[in-house]
Design a protein around this ligand. Sequence first.
Ligand code: SF4
Length: 208
Amino acid sequence: MEGVDVVYELYNFLREEREKHQKEPGTVWVTDLVSCSLKSKYTSLYPDLVASDVFNPPTIVGTLIHRGLEELLKNIFETKQFKVEIEPETSMELELPSGKVVLKGRADIVLTSPQGARIGVEIKSMRGDMPTPLEHHVDQVKFYNYMFGLEKTLLVYVSPDRVTQYEVIEKASQEEIVKRLLEPVSPRYPWECKYCPFSVLCPNKSIK
Ligand code: SF4
């Protein structure tokens, strides 16, 4: 049909989403605290290495799972009189010896029950089954529990083999956040380099 090109529209949507979420100077995202500290610097230095990844089918499948589940849960919980926030953002300012830093976080979903309890939902898609929950995902939601003032977060995994959830009640502390900002680690997890777009030039690449 003339004038309709789904792949082109999807590509443009993904490109615009990536541009919308560019990092401003002096800003750190929670996702930076749960990944290799060098990635943030390399993203600024070598943006094309990341940009070439914009139309990566497994990432697109992950985006579609996120969008679909977010919409579905919104419909379900609104009928139960919950307030449903999709991809809400929050931020906090931190004074470090090197100056002021703004830490930002974007949760997948925050539900507020009719009684006022705030519960996060974090969606993770996987290509296949693996031991869960993963350490960096648990760390991420501990930061969200603290920053969004959540009672708990449900960490939901979706793969072709399993759909499961874990309740994370623990909260990170401001001290933990500052420690992560002040103590760079690269890589932060042993598996990271295998999936990193900067592994082609990084001196810290783990070869094990
Ligand atoms: S290759 Fe490894 S150490 Fe280097 S930036 Fe990527 S994750 Fe970090």
